[in-house]
Write a protein that binds this ligand. Structure first.
Ligand SMILES: *Cc1c(COP(=O)(O)O)cnc(C)c1O
Length: 459
């Protein structure tokens, strides 16, 4: 399987190169040249364990890794998950909740980043060289990246967070990782400062090349690929349990990475009748699917912070398929967007962007109400991100097609919102243990050169 760029200006490359490249040199995102049709395999796959299924799916795309090595790599990636099923689905009221939070940081990003970290180490071991990951986090996503590569040979990770501005729990999830290859930097500034330092450092191409700088951002193809697996896994289980011939998924969405994986699974032949896209107040994507206009707005901070985005980094991949894989058309649309902050797609006859998608938004009040109501009716506690998805899903429930709601974080990660909603705390032993954990973190000036110097000194 070869990979191409959505912008069409790159000669096709193999899977391992695609993983190491991240972003295409022409500014586009990488996609497989073709999507395999797996319809004929679905019956055989339905009973597989999570990791056996992951192997079947991923091996179609990672064709430059020998089968036995790929299998070992997948087994290693998911050995850090505390649930034997990796991603179990549980019945809660009228919906099925797909729990994606059984990894080391209790959030769905672990599913992708545990795999990506293992994959990086595998590729570097064979090709030689090293990778120095530099990232910026406002708190929630940095820890999944750190846990993905902790202790891996030939990899260092430097994660900047704004000093004193991340929640104490989130900070501890990062700084309690004491492996030698992990560097937490508390920057004397804001999250925007951290991002500016990162972008400026990456823009210094000679520096980036000399020090093998890389990132683990959500556009890496391996992350999307790893996420397609749980759509298959949960659909098989819910279809078997209910006798239904198809399912619909509701996905709390920020950067469009998670729901994109569902879209690809559907295109590969998994019977998904609807993808329900749910956003919080930061609703650029739900506005798009309801109007055809993708237009930037200011970011509003919410109680589902991992969905507080302005521009969805994986959206371009969807748009590429939407314009029938026409790289020229796609490039023109992206140019419109970069110039004016908006792009527009023609609606089809029935007034929608895409018959597969419906989209809605759940604001803070709806989120809180949903958490409270599910807790009251079922005893189950939804995290704020998951609750946004459940709230929007409720508007699209079907008599005949079961609804699977992706649960992207454990509620104990967002204690304050949960206490506000249900009046009691939710605990998780992993997080409780952090209270007494030893931590390591270096303070650093709000300055690009200071960060560069630090990186050079420590690699
Ligand atoms: C990242 C994240 C999301 C959003 O996923 P995207 O792939 O960015 O759409 C939702 N919930 C949680 C808890 C997350 O960490």
């Amino acid at each position: 399987m070869k990979y191409i760029s959505t912008r069409g200006q790159m000669a096709p490359i193999g899977f391992q190169d695609a993983v190491m490249t991240g972003l295409a040199p022409d500014g586009g995102l990488l996609l497989p040249e073709t999507l395999p049709d797996v319809s004929a395999s679905l019956t055989d796959w339905a009973g597989l364990s999570y990791t056996d299924l992951a192997f079947e799916v991923i091996s179609l795309f990672a064709t430059d890794i020998p089968a036995d090595e790929l299998k070992a790599l997948i087994d290693e990636s998911y050995s850090t998950f505390e649930h034997p099923e990796v991603a179990p689905t549980v019945r809660v009221g009228n919906v099925h909740v797909l729990e994606l939070f059984h990894g080391p940081t209790l959030a769905f990003k672990d599913v992708a980043l545990q795999f990506l970290g293992t994959l990086f180490a595998y590729i570097l071991e064979r090709r030689g060289g090293e990778l120095n990951i530099l990232g910026a986090t406002s708190g929630d996503t940095g820890s999944a990246a750190i846990h993905g590569v902790r202790g891996k040979p030939n990899i260092n990770i430097f994660i900047m967070h704004p000093a004193g501005r991340t929640s104490p729990l989130q900070e501890k999830q990062m700084t309690s990782v004491l492996d030698d290859n992990v560097y937490n930097l508390a920057v004397d500034g804001t999250f925007d400062d951290c991002q500016r330092i990162m972008k400026t450092t990456f823009a210094d191409v000679p520096f980036k090349t000399e020090h093998s700088l890389g990132s683990v951002n959500s556009v890496n193809w391996a992350r999307v690929l790893a996420q397609t697996v749980y759509y298959f896994y949960s659909a098989f289980r819910v279809m078997k349990e209910s006798g239904a011939a198809s399912v619909q998924f509701s996905v709390p969405t920020g950067n469009f990475g998670d729901i994109l994986a569902g879209y690809l699974a559907q295109r590969m032949g998994l019977p998904i009748s609807k993808l329900i896209l749910a956003t919080n107040e930061n609703d650029i994507l739900s506005r798009f699917f309801n109007s055809g206009v993708y237009g930037m707005a200011d970011v509003v901070p919410t109680i589902s912070p991992s969905m507080d985005i302005q521009v969805a980094s994986n959206f371009e991949r969807y748009l590429y398929y939407k314009v029938d894989a026409n790289a020229e058309k796609l490039s023109a649309l992206m140019a419109d967007f970069n110039e004016s902050g908006a792009l527009k797609i023609a609606l089809n006859e029935n007034g929608t962007v895409d018959d597969l998608f419906v989209a809605g938004r759940g604001d803070t009040e709806c989120t809180m109400e949903t958490i409270r109501r599910y807790h009251g009716n079922t005893g189950y506690v939804l995290d704020p991100h998951t609750a946004v998805g459940v709230y929007v899903a409720e508007q699209y429930l079907s008599e005949t097609t079961p609804t699977i709601c992706l649960s992207t974080a454990h509620p104990a990660k967002f204690t304050q919102a949960i206490v506000d909603a249900i009046g009691e705390e939710v605990h998780h032993p992993t997080l409780d243990a952090l209270a007494s954990a030893e931590t390591r973190c270096d303070s650093i000036a709000n300055d690009v050169d200071a960060v560069k110097e630090y990186v050079v000194e420590h690699i």
